[in-house]
Write a protein that binds this ligand. Structure first.
Ligand code: FMN
Length: 180
């Protein structure tokens, strides 16, 4: 019931002065929820983020991230089936099989999975590695959430490594945070 959105996330970043795009590959909502929390975190560091469904935007624009100052992308990506992407990340997964110049992209990945599956976090691992191969700059080590144990705790722990790395990379003084 919503009007279709401009598929250009770069336009959206420019128009709304946002610099952090948080993409999620989610089937049952966990990755989407984490993405929303990361987007909201940004304000603490004087940045503006928004959560985006990769299926609803033109992922080819990852090659043009340099058009938005101090921009970066975060990816919360669940794995399903035989180590497959979620339905909404399938096209993005296919796009990553091709060659692209991602040298303007800075990124970090949090994978969502479950250790009882053979292909634990395959999607998160693949995207983290592939983006780097395509020239993107990794801001921090990928997080590997395991919902067989405590995925909330895995997420919170990873987030505590993400923001200091982001602040260091962009020379941001953290606002009201201890020990960062
Ligand atoms: N996790 C993995 O690491 N590898 C898998 O192959 C995998 N397959 C799954 C298949 C099914 C049917 C279900 C229900 C879960 C699977 N998981 C797997 C775990 C999910 O990735 C994990 O529960 C994740 O938190 C789901 O995120 P979402 O709520 O955003 O969809």
């Amino acid at each position: 019931s919503t009007a279709s959105r401009d598929p250009s996330f770069i336009n959206r970043m420019k128009k709304t002065k946002k610099n952090v795009a948080v993409f999620y590959g989610s089937q049952t909502g966990t990755a989407e929820e984490f993405a929303g929390r990361l987007a909201r975190d940004c304000i603490r560091y004087g940045m503006k983020g928004f959560a985006v469904d990769p299926e609803e935007c033109e992922m080819d624009e990852l090659t043009r991230m340099g058009e938005v100052e101090n921009s970066f992308a975060l990816f919360c990506l669940a794995t399903y089936g035989e180590g497959d992407p979620t339905d909404n990340a399938q096209e993005f997964f296919d796009w990553l099989q091709e060659d692209h110049d991602l040298s303007e992209l800075r990124y970090a990945v949090f994978g969502l999975g479950n250790k009882t599956y053979e292909h634990f976090n395959a999607m998160g691992i693949f995207v983290d590695k592939r983006l780097e191969e395509l020239g993107a700059v990794r801001l921090c080590k990928a997080g590997m959430g395991d919902d067989d144990a405590n995925i909330e705790e895995d997420f919170v722990t990873w987030r505590e490594t993400l923001w200091p790395a982001v602040c260091e990379h962009f020379g941001i003084e953290s606002v009201g945070e201890e020990g960062v």
